[in-house]
Design a protein around this ligand. Structure first.
Ligand code: ASP
Length: 454
């Protein structure tokens, strides 16, 4: 790898990578070659056998070079590259693949985002994007290491699933084998992780893909990643402690910052009264990008009245346990055992203690206007499971894309996602969503009824 070349002075090496820059000075050509570990200068002079081939090479050709490493002349070193103190005199040169003229200048940070998304594989060659995605990979590794050390197991849950109400529209998948039936893509692994607790695993996590068909606000994705956690036999405090420890570790490892824990806890009521929002930005200087003000919002109202649906809806989700004293007094004004974590005015996660008793779950459904028949149809499996010795449990989910965006200091979550969709929920590179053939539609028993073109 290129980063290892700096201490191989005098030796012959073989490198493979991309042509980062080409500089031709009459009788000498310099190619800066890049691989995932860095760049190194290579050169060839007019007498060399490869000189004419080299003259045809341009940026982003994929090449293989054999040559001898020597120290670069004093004063010409490149301090920004691990191999910047050496150069390679080209002996053998092979083009592994040519490259068309680039559709945009990879060095121009102001390239139109639509163009970047269409040629994402080129955009991702840019050092900034490589840094962001490698950072993402490292953050995920730290999270995994931390949670495994704490005794968690990582499990996958189905993508072809059933609608769970997280408050957004579902993406659905038609069934071919059961005409007229549909799967829903998970808005979160919520019920599966609860069932893993019923199964006795006690500590679960997953780096989970969640799909929500929402009208896209500027910085949302129809599919996003969350760190999903669930634990048995815990109270709110233990989940909050664990989350704080994890965030403390991430901030220390990646930003070198010692964040102070425990974070401030503010009740929903106080937050709304004092800051007019349940996502307060507690930074002293709101423009300071280096300041990180975390807080928890607790004691949410369990339910809110939806004028659209003309009924109460859960403010977190319907599996959240109400605070029982207040629930028994009056369902309408009950508080819930839910908590949100807010950083600089942005909600980065949330969770709750769950209902683990069938009777209470059923009561909550009832209050939310879900009658017995519908409860059976939609949530029969959950209500059944709660009757088989379900343990008390609770959990949390942290929005991983947002978290990594903040750590990377990036302007949008799209900068830390390899293949994001644009603001119309389209993937411009693979060009989706797209149409199906008549045969495919027939297979899944679908007839289209499209809106008239205006
Ligand atoms: N399932 C919730 C969400 O995705 C988080 C949780 O309650 O753990 O927002």
């Amino acid at each position: 790898m290129i980063k290892d070349i700096f201490n191989l002075k005098g030796e012959g090496v073989l490198i493979k990578g991309w042509v980062d820059t080409v500089r031709e000075h009459g009788k000498i050509i310099f190619l800066e070659i890049r691989d995932i570990t860095g760049t190194v200068q290579t050169l060839s002079t007019a007498q060399d056998k490869n000189f004419d081939t080299l003259k045809k090479v341009s940026k982003e050709y994929c090449v293989e070079i054999k040559g001898k490493v020597s120290a670069r002349p004093k004063g010409t070193e490149n301090k920004n590259s691990p191999a910047g103190s050496v150069e390679i005199k080209i002996d053998e040169f092979k083009i592994l693949n040519k490259c068309l003229p680039l559709p945009f200048d990879l060095e121009n940070p102001n390239t139109n985002e639509e163009v970047r998304l269409k040629y994402r594989y080129l955009d991702l060659r840019r050092p900034q994007m490589q840094r962001n995605l490698i950072l993402r990979s490292k953050v995920i590794k730290i999270i995994r290491d931390f949670l495994f050390k704490e005794g968690f197991n990582e499990f996958e849950t189905p993508i072809l699933a059933k609608s769970t109400p997280e408050g957004a529209r579902d993406y659905v998948v038609p069934s071919r084998t059961q005409p007229g039936k549909f799967f829903a893509l998970p808005q979160s692994p919520q019920l599966f992780k609860q069932l893993l607790m019923v199964a006795g695993f006690e500590k679960y996590f997953q780096i989970a893909k969640c799909m929500r068909d929402e009208d896209l606000r500027s910085d949302r994705q129809p599919e996003f990643t969350q760190l999903d956690i669930e634990m048995s036999f815990v109270e709110q405090k233990e989940i909050i402690d664990l989350t704080e420890q994890l965030l403390k570790k991430i901030w220390k490892d990646f930003l070198g910052i010692n964040i102070k824990i425990p974070f401030q806890k503010i009740t929903y009521e106080d937050s709304v009264k004092k800051y007019k929002t349940d996502r307060p930005d507690l930074r002293k200087d709101k423009n300071n990008l280096k300041e990180f003000a975390f807080c928890w919002i607790v004691d949410f109202p369990a339910f809110e009245y939806s004028t659209e649906n003309k009924r109460f809806v859960a403010s977190h989700h319907p599996f959240t346990k109400p605070e029982m004293n207040s629930f028994n007094k009056d369902h309408k004004t009950a508080k819930s055992l839910a908590y949100d974590i807010v950083l600089n005015g942005v909600e980065i996660g949330g969770g709750s203690i769950r209902i683990h008793e069938e009777e209470i779950q059923s009561k909550v459904f009832e209050f939310l206007g879900i009658n017995k028949k519908e409860q059976r149809e939609k949530f029969g499996f959950l209500l059944d499971a709660l009757k088989f010795g379900a343990p008390p449990h609770g959990g949390i989910a942290l929005g991983l894309d947002r978290l990594i965006q903040i750590i990377a200091g990036a302007d949008s979550i799209r900068e830390v996602i390899a293949f994001p969709k644009n603001k119309e929920a389209k993937d411009l590179m693979i060009d989706t969503p797209n149409s199906l053939s008549i045969k495919q539609l027939k297979d899944i028993h679908i007839k289209l009824d499209l809106p008239k073109k205006k």
